[in-house]
Design a protein around this ligand. Sequence first.
Ligand code: PMP
Ligand code: GLN
Length: 408
Amino acid sequence: KLVAPYVKQENVWEDYVDLATRYSPVNLGMGYADFLPPQHIIDALIQTLSSENPMLHQYTIAHGHPRLVTALSKLYSPLLNRAIDPNEEIIACAGAYGALYSTIMGHIQQGDEVIIMEPFFDCYELMVAAAKGTPKFIPLRFKENNTCQTGKWVLDFQELDKLFNNKTKAIILNTPHNPLGKVFDEMELLQIAQLCKKWNVMCIADEVYEWLVYEPKRHIKIASLPGMWERTITIGSGGKTFCITGWRVGWAVGPKHLIKNLQAEPAFISPTFIQEAIAIGIEKELARLEQDDCYLKSLGRSLQLKKDYLFEVLREIGMKPISTDAGIFLLADWTPLEEKADLSFEKDAYKDMQFTKWFTKNVGVLMIPVSIFYSEARKGLGENFVRLCFIKNDECLQKVAKILRDWK
Ligand code: PMP
Ligand code: GLN
């Protein structure tokens, strides 16, 4: 009686947090910055906390603090080619994680099928299971045997077509993609959209890395394509936008008839003063959207250099990195280095887990095994890869380069 029905057996993230605590490696694991967020967002928080407005310390409207949803409607209306109603078409949540949870719990019921592309941000599977839905997985497969460019990892649309049926309730689309850094192009999005319309399926578009797209790629919102607004919930993250993942603010944007179902799941609300500070931050960016110093754009420019630097180091030591188009992660095929590692003492079922654990303990750099982003049946597809987070100080990346070169 005391056992919850969907307790997860193991939590890999916790394992890796634990490894980081025990061995103090340079940590390129979880996706967060090791540098300070922009000064204006810190100033906004200070301003909020020292405000004379007592209401900033009290409950706010459950579906989103008015100043935040208003700022978000100004940010997203032009991107979605419509006037978004801040009160009925946006909901602010505790992180994109909370927005995903409310979206899935608010829509998925027992018997509903949800299409998830592999590799996938691992919480999708857990949340669909929590809602008692059935995940239906489809892998992104690399074409032309080319694993080295993220754009070559593609859906087989005939395979996708076969997955849709009358039980299909939703498809989760993650673009830009974690962990691949793939940006789905217009042709791919149009094909997904066409299937959603044919089968009357909703699209959950997780776009938390929407601002971190590298030239010449361009992020397209599937909700902006014909006939998709009415069936799409688009999810964003204040944490990813301003490098403040610990503030735990995210949001969902979509038509009223979908957003209202998230209001039935009000468990994930962020503190009023944090929502207010993020609203001030977005207002600041709105005022300089077209300028070079707009943080939404300048962060991506600074990351481009970091990603290129780490890519070269990985290549130099003999790994096969995958060039990425977006986000904060690089994937690399680690297997050319397999014989340099003694994995005999590592007991995990998958070699990437053995390798990353051995590497953390013996070399001192923590990376994430990519099999964790696959369903049980297809973990083998991820086993040759590790994921490295490059949203780190230059000193940190230089330290990693030295450790890797010395090991080599
Ligand atoms: N979606 C994706 C693809 C992610 O990588 C993450 C984690 N960064 C989230 C959602 C959750 O974002 P947040 O930190 O805003 O909860
Ligand atoms: N999204 C982040 C990552 O992929 C954080 C992971 C997590 O919260 N479990 O690293």
